[in-house]
Ligand binder design. Structure first.
Ligand code: SF4
Length: 360
């Protein structure tokens, strides 16, 4: 287990090194406090700072490397979408910072290949991209399918294919743009299969750090974050259904369930939902209240979650999907991502509106 494995633990090589060393993860989480502590630090740091932190001088390469698979297990034990997303982003951010620094590092250690560095070419090989990405006199070009795959989660109009100059079926990109695409490849690999099924013995051994992570999540009040109601940031499908409700149109049961459960999941009270439906002549208040309480779990043993994108599509309720829809698989995730983007103009407008109303 060398420095490169420790700095880039998502590499196939690093995984092979763990396997070759015959590491028993159940034993590690049970007995190796240093590994569990560094894993906890990775995950908590991802939540609080968007960063996994650096390998301390007293942390060996072995501990640093093993803390990565243990962190993935820890994320799986806590099992929250927002945690998977933030953790994968933080690991990808660290990798991006490291390999872009390695690319420009001309130090002596690098020349003897002993500093754990990784080049852009190494990463292209790692992700089987060498035949899809070519160097050009001005940077690189990327085959269209590969470009679409890697850029699908990147925000910003500049990444949309319609805004790119195509060159013979390939997309020219700068070095820094290629690095951003590689960062996406890392993010996807980190998030791959998360959350995993974790055997009970391992989950039990990680109960203390899992509780610590849950406490951080609770303190950050990410649930309140999603409790914020900003209709401008709703996914297109829910905007459309809400529009129909407010125009007094009749909705089939599955559509009514979709919008009601979505509104309940983001924190609207039964009274607030009843008020929204009150404009619709097809809804008696009593029935609406009963259905809403049922969905909210107030009058039933289950709190229902809004349907996934797959279910929405199957029922014909997926309307006008946009670019962000390509990157998510649940309308709540769409909303969560939008809310998370604090720069979003709609959210700023909403905050100003809220402040004005509070002052009035
Ligand atoms: S892809 Fe999902 S979030 Fe987007 S419009 Fe369709 S159902 Fe809604």
């Amino acid at each position: 287990m060398n420095a490169r494995h420790a700095r880039y633990p998502f590499l196939g090589d690093a995984r092979a090194a763990v396997q070759e060393a015959g590491v028993d993860l159940a034993r590690v989480v049970d007995e190796d406090d240093a590994v569990v502590e560094r894993a906890r630090e990775r995950v908590v740091g991802a939540l609080t700072d968007g960063a996994i932190g650096e390998q301390g001088s007293n942390v060996s390469n072995r501990v640093e490397l093993l803390s990565y698979p243990v962190a993935r297990v820890l994320v799986s034990v806590v099992d929250e979408n927002v945690l998977v997303r933030k953790y994968a982003e933080a690991e990808a951010k660290a990798a991006h910072e490291r390999f872009t620094a390695d690319e420009t590092d001309e130090s002596e250690l690098k020349s003897v290949g002993d500093d754990g560095s990784l080049s852009r070419a190494d990463l292209l090989r790692e992700f089987d991209l060498t035949s899809h990405v070519h160097a050009t006199s001005e940077g690189y070009d990327v085959a269209v399918p590969t470009y679409l795959l890697l850029s699908s989660s990147l925000r910003g109009d500049e990444w949309r294919l319609v805004n790119r100059a195509l060159d013979d079926g390939r997309v020219p990109v700068s070095e820094s743009e290629l690095d951003a695409l590689l960062r996406e490849a890392v993010r996807e690999r980190v998030a791959d299969d998360l959350p995993m099924n974790v055997p009970d013995a391992i989950a039990d051994a990680l109960e203390a750090p899992a509780t610590a992570v849950r406490d951080v999540l609770a303190d950050m009040d990410l649930t309140r974050e999603i409790d914020t109601v900003v209709p401008e940031l709703f996914p297109p499908c829910m905007k459309h259904l809400l529009d129909q409700v407010q125009r007094g149109e009749h909705l089939p049961h599955h559509s009514r369930f979709a919008i009601t459960s979505f509104l309940a999941n983001i924190g609207l009270t039964t009274d607030e939902i009843v008020d929204i439906y009150a404009v619709n002549p097809g809804f008696g208040e009593e029935m609406t209240r009963y259905q809403t309480d049922h969905i909210r779990g107030d009058s039933s043993p289950t709190e229902y979650t809004a349907p996934s994108c797959a279910t929405m599509k199957a029922y014909g309720d997926c309307t006008n999907p946009d670019d962000l829809c390509d990157a998510i698989n649940h309308p709540l995730s769409y909303y969560e991502v939008k809310l998370d983007d604090g720069e979003d103009e709609d959210l700023e407008d909403w905050r100003e509106r809220e402040e004005r109303e509070a002052d009035a």
